[in-house]
Ligand binder design. Structure first.
Ligand code: ARG
Length: 458
């Protein structure tokens, strides 16, 4: 028999039961559902709406139930409709009439809104911590590679020399913004919907401030219609996670390229790569490909939420039950990706020689060659043209700029002197870029310092 059976003459069709039931996925909310019920019943008692005996019975029963659920002793079967019905039914089975008093002045609508907020708040904390851990790994990689020269690319064409540290710090800055985005989402959603009731609060003299405080919310949300139907924070978190996944996916794309024989800048640990069933020589960066692939599914989750919400009038509508699988999937996916990426980065090996070799080919110092002449007084546009013609000559004659003799340099322009070799030396080209945000060692060290300060302040 359903809890709402009073108005109904015929039993729910089995198909409807399965279609309607959310317990297969909302069962993960049970700790939050119980936490909310503990606070609600405490407040009912404090307000004189519930007797102390009933409150004690409810608390005893809920805590027992929590233990049983934690121990995996409860089967979350579809007969329960959802986690809220399940908890209440099992509680009532345990403690009798007091269990039936728990739902006084409350609706499943504010209950589910509360559970989702409590769960989301916790998950933001967990992901926040994991992103910070990844940030630390990127900082360590930077510290160890301040002079590891590699090609910097634009259009995937070799452009100017940079260091591996500089690249890692680029991703560190993306992750820093991800951390801040998570914090902003947390701050904005940290209001309690409990007490909004089905849509219009209640006639009981409940104290919404008290439950908000017990559950560590900043305050109760200010409008009951909004409180039960607001899922902005689901969209915001899915959006934060989509952007985070976009960063992880771009980084993964780099790693996939770096692992190829065409680059061979890095090699993943055997423990974090996979083989082929037919090609004995293969070592594949599957993890990165999966992160890249799973990014699409998190975008899909965000889209599911946005589309689900766009057409529903106030206040609660059952469409909203669809918020769960989408948000849970985004959260689970991000958690998994971070769990595996962190140790993968900690264990990968860098082939610094290959990075340097790649940087030595492709005339990455052509800009510095032009800058050399500019610093000697030539207008930059003229210097650019001369440097370009030198590159063309070198390509024709299979040479690099560094291999030209001083006479050859001077045949392109008389301003060239012996100090040109130092000016176009790759390490020198990098170290000379000490501008704020640049790849020079001191500049990257400042970037590292900024990220470390950021991490310490969290
Ligand atoms: N399982 C529902 C959900 O996830 C709980 C709220 C149900 N409320 C209702 N009025 N049917 O949205």
């Amino acid at each position: 028999m359903k809890m709402w059976a009073g108005r109904f003459a015929v039993e729910t069709d089995a198909l409807v039961n399965d279609f309607n039931s959310s317990i297969p996925f909302d069962c993960r909310l049970y700790p939050y559902d119980i936490q909310g019920s503990l606070a609600h019943s405490q407040m009912l008692c404090d307000q004189g709406i519930l007797s102390k005996e009933d409150k004690d019975a409810i608390h005893g029963g809920l805590n027992e139930l929590l233990e049983e659920m934690n121990a995996g002793k409860i089967a979350f079967t579809p007969q329960y409709e959802d986690i809220h019905m399940c908890v209440e039914e099992l509680l009532t089975k345990k403690i009798g009439d007091a269990g039936k008093r728990l739902h006084t002045g409350r609706s499943r609508n504010d209950q589910v809104a509360l559970d989702m907020r409590l769960y989301t708040r916790d998950q933001i904390g967990i992901i926040h911590e994991k992103v910070r851990r990844f940030l630390k790994v990127l900082v360590d990689l930077s510290k160890n590679n301040l002079e590891t020269i590699m090609p910097g690319y634009t259009h995937l064409q070799r452009a100017q020399p940079i260091t591996f540290a500089h690249v890692m710090m680029a991703y560190a800055n993306m992750l820093k913004r991800d951390v801040i985005r998570l914090e902003n989402t947390y701050d904005l959603m940290n209001e309690s919907p409990l007490g909004c009731g089905a849509l219009a609060t209640t006639t009981y003299p409940i104290d919404r401030n008290a439950t908000a405080q017990m559950l560590a919310f900043k305050q109760p949300c200010d409008n009951s219609l909004d409180g039960v139907s607001d899922r902005d924070y689901c969209v915001e978190l899915a959006s934060d996670l989509s952007i985070l996944m976009m960063h992880l996916s771009r980084l993964s794309e780099e790693v996939i390229a770096w692992c190829s024989w065409e680059f061979k800048f890095i090699e993943l640990s055997d423990a974090f790569a996979t083989g082929s069933s037919i090609m004995p020589q293969k070592k594949n960066p599957d993890i990165c490909e999966l992160v890249r692939g799973k990014t699409g599914r998190v975008y899909g989750d965000l889209n599911t939420l946005l589309v689900m919400l766009k057409g529903i009038p106030l206040a609660y509508n059952k469409d909203m039950q669809e918020d769960k699988e989408a948000l849970f999937d985004a959260i689970d996916t991000v958690n998994m990706c971070l769990d595996v990426l962190v140790p993968m980065f900690q264990t990968m090996r860098l082939y610094k020689g290959n990075m340097l070799k790649a940087a030595q080919q492709g005339f990455l110092n052509a800009t510095d060659c032009a800058d050399y002449l500019t610093k000697k007084g030539l207008p930059f546009r003229d210097a650019y043209k001369i440097s370009g013609s030198m590159v063309a000559w070198c390509i024709e004659n299979k040479k690099t700029l560094n291999e030209l003799t001083l006479e050859q340099f001077q045949s392109f322009h008389p301003l060239f002197e012996a100090d040109v070799y130092e000016a176009i030396d790759l390490l020198q080209c990098v170290q000379a870029r000490q501008v704020h945000g640049g790849p020079g060692k001191a500049s990257v060290q400042k970037q590292i310092q900024a990220i470390e300060q950021f991490l310490e302040s969290r």
